[in-house]
Design a protein around this ligand. Structure first.
Ligand SMILES: NC(=O)c1ccc[n+]([C@@H]2O[C@H](COP(=O)([O-])OP(=O)(O)OC[C@H]3O[C@@H](n4cnc5c(N)ncnc54)[C@H](O)[C@@H]3O)[C@@H](O)[C@H]2O)c1
Ligand SMILES: [Zn+2]
Ligand SMILES: [Zn+2]
Length: 345
């Protein structure tokens, strides 16, 4: 089968690889019909994710059709359409029992990281019963790809951890797919202000159409002053970091209001300064989280009912043969105006 393989920092190629096989009775083999590329895949290619070794098939998002199931899988059968969660969970370990699937002792974020992922014709899914979701008949399967990772990530790591409330002020640093997913799901709670911050004018334009009340381009000028001006010199109740570089986290530290919460979402590859000399007396909280995907069933309902328009995050479509072009398009978003690129296998 064809698969996009990571060969070490900066190197990837579309290779011929053997078909995955069942390795455990709880596994399923899924024929991937649609997958996509995440900002995290770009972090892997930068060398930021040390657990991902050369030779790994990338990808942790997608939908597909069950090809084969292990003897212990009773809730899925060949031919079933399924949503693949970016998080694998056994449902039984201490972390899973606490709803912290991201730290499942035999799962967590392993797809396209510690085990081969979804940017391929077929993928092996461990703990299939608790790591796949049935797709209801008639659903827009392309839109559901947004539920593998970005919508639960924006919602759980950003909106829930950031304690977005009715009437609160929210700033989201990074208007990429994850920041935009946080923008869409923050609106479940009717905050008074959602300020989007990015260096890319096009992405800010998109944010405005997705419901941002103000946009700040931090490629020039004084973004902190602009945000203070927008919030009556108080700062924001919730600052969501959705980039994964020191500058974006430090911007959150500069704009957080007393009593506020900084919710980190970005994957960081280098150390970030914590300015305790400015923050020690401000009663703030800082949260970090690897997405647990506990909200996937709820988000699936909001997408199905049309309350959450997930499909509008999709800007480009490619065949698996053109996956390298898909990576180039996603990585050069400032020129291509790409948000999520769908890869059809
Ligand atoms: N915690 C989790 O479980 C989890 C899950 C998925 C993704 N992530 C991470 O979330 C982050 C965002 O993902 P994405 O797919 O949206 O990535 P992306 O690369 O598509 O988007 C990042 C955005 O940040 C902007 N940006 C870059 N530097 C900036 C700066 N200094 N100030 C303001 N904006 C800046 C870029 O222009 C871009 O629009 C990544 O770090 C990704 O790895 C985390
Ligand atoms: Zn991801
Ligand atoms: Zn577990």
């Amino acid at each position: 089968m064809k698969a996009l393989v990571y060969h070490g920092p900066g190197r990837k190629s579309l290779d011929e690889r053997p078909m995955p096989k069942l390795m455990s009775a709880t596994d399923a083999i899924v024929r991937v019909t649609r997958t996509t590329i995440c900002g995290t895949d770009l972090h892997i290619l930068k060398g930021d994710v040390s657990t991902c070794e050369p030779g790994r098939i990338l990808g942790h998002e997608g939908v597909g059709v069950i090809e084969q199931v292990g003897a212990a899988v009773s809730t899925f059968k060949p031919g079933d359409h399924v949503l693949i969660s970016c998080i694998t969970s056994c449902g039984k370990c201490d972390y899973c029992r606490r709803g912290m699937y991201s730290h499942c002792t035999t799962g967590g974020w392993i797809l396209g990281n510690r085990i081969d992922g979804t940017q391929a014709e077929y993928v092996r899914i461990p703990h299939a019963e608790t790591s796949l979701y049935p797709i209801p008949a008639g659903a827009d399967e392309e839109a559901l790809v947004m539920l593998s990772d970005i919508l639960p990530t924006g919602f759980e790591c950003g909106v829930l951890n950031g304690k977005v409330q009715p009437g609160s002020t929210v700033a989201i640093v990074g208007s990429g797919p994850i920041g935009l997913a946080a923008l869409l799901t923050a609106q479940f709670y009717a905050p008074a202000q959602i300020i989007m911050i990015d260096r890319d004018a096009n992405r800010l334009e998109v944010a405005r159409t997705f419901g941002a009340t103000a946009c700040v381009n931090n490629s020039s000028g004084d973004p902190v002053a602009e945000i203070m001006n927008l919030t009556g010199n108080v700062g924001v109740d919730c600052a969501i970091e959705a980039v994964g570089v020191p500058a974006s986290f430090e911007l959150c530290e500069s704009i957080i209001a007393p009593g506020g919460t900084i919710a980190n979402v970005g994957v960081h590859g280098v150390k970030v300064d914590l300015h305790m000399e400015c923050l020690w007396d401000r009663n703030i909280s800082i949260t970090t989280r690897l997405v647990d995907t506990v909200s996937t069933p709820m988000l699936l309902k909001t997408v199905r009912s049309g309350r959450l328009e997930a499909g509008k995050l999709i800007t480009h479509r490619f065949g698996l043969n053109d996956v390298i072009k898909a990576y180039d398009t996603f990585a050069q978003a400032a020129d291509t105006h790409a948000l999520k690129v769908i890869i059809e296998a």
